[in-house]
Design a protein around this ligand. Structure first.
Ligand code: THU
Length: 270
């Protein structure tokens, strides 16, 4: 157990600077270890709307699910685990992890953990046409973990060079800790250092009128302000919106950050 715990802790440190923590300054990262030794990073992503923070462990676990990998055997955190991490990881549903020590969570009864191998690559090259992209989001939704709602959602966040980052909704025994497909994809983009996001394809496969929820609209406005939001409309052509049309006049947090940089800037010479 101990050798791979050390490897995981080193990997956590390597991803710490991908964390977006401009409000609290509390950067955090996590590494999820899969049964074959491949691993997935997750970073803490803060938003100005504080309750929508994506925690590092949450980010790593939801990235795994979107990639079709629920065989998580351990998750290590960069810092002393925040108190809520233990209850989040103990109640994932598809695999429940218990706290081994302050920073390491593992499947119960795991005597040893596999040595780390390669980072799991989760992105794909996006298809050229809109209709193929929409079909890809429908296919992605097959990885959604939805025991509570039976309402799968698939998403792809696409960067300028055509890299497509998948997201699905990942439900939890605590309904409050569900992550939507859109936020899952944006969290993964941060962990893998990808962006800016040029378009976000969303498919609520059981609802041809489906749109991003209010929480996702806020996070999209903050993390993907220039993205075209392209929504599956079943047999009709997809609907296109912008973050501004989905959430006009959204709270951005820029005033907070401006104030913070004024406070920390060296005093001006008079
Ligand atoms: N959901 C999404 O993943 N994205 C949306 O745009 C709408 C809602 C999920 C969250 C939850 O798992 C289920 O759909 C019902 O709200």
């Amino acid at each position: 157990m101990h050798a791979s715990a050390r490897q995981l802790s080193t990997l956590c440190s390597e991803y710490l600077d991908r964390s977006r923590a401009p409000y609290s300054g509390q950067a955090a990262s996590a590494i999820a270890l899969l049964s074959d030794g491949s691993w997935v990073p997750g970073v803490r992503v803060e938003t100005a709307s504080f309750s929508l923070v994506i925690d590092a462990a949450h980010n790593a676990a939801s990235t795994c699910v979107a990639a079709g990998r629920t065989d998580i055997v351990a998750i290590a955190l960069s810092d002393d685990a925040p108190p809520h991490a233990a209850s989040y990881l103990a109640n994932l549903g598809f695999c429940d992890l218990e706290q081994v020590d302050g920073r390491l969570f593992a499947v119960p009864g795991a005597a040893t953990l596999p040595a780390t191998t390669n980072r799991l690559e989760v992105t794909v090259k996006t298809p050229a046409s809109d209709s193929d992209r929409i079909q890809a989001t429908r296919d992605a939704a097959q990885h959604a973990y939805v025991p509570a709602s039976s309402f799968p959602v698939g998403c792809f966040a696409v960067t300028a060079d055509g890299t497509a980052i998948p997201g699905v909704n990942v439900e939890h025994r605590d309904w409050n800790r569900i992550i939507c497909a859109e936020r899952n994809a944006l969290g993964t983009a941060a962990s893998y250092g990808l962006g800016p996001i040029e378009s976000l394809y969303v498919s609520c496969v059981l609802d041809p009128d489906g749109t991003p929820c209010g929480a996702c609209r806020q996070v999209i406005a903050e993390l993907a302000p220039g993205a075209a939001i392209v929504m599956d409309r079943d047999s009709a052509p997809p609907e296109r919106q912008t973050p501004e049309t989905l959430l006009p006049g959204s709270f951005t947090g820029s005033a907070i950050l401006r104030r913070r940089s004024e406070k920390t800037a060296p005093p001006r010479k008079s």
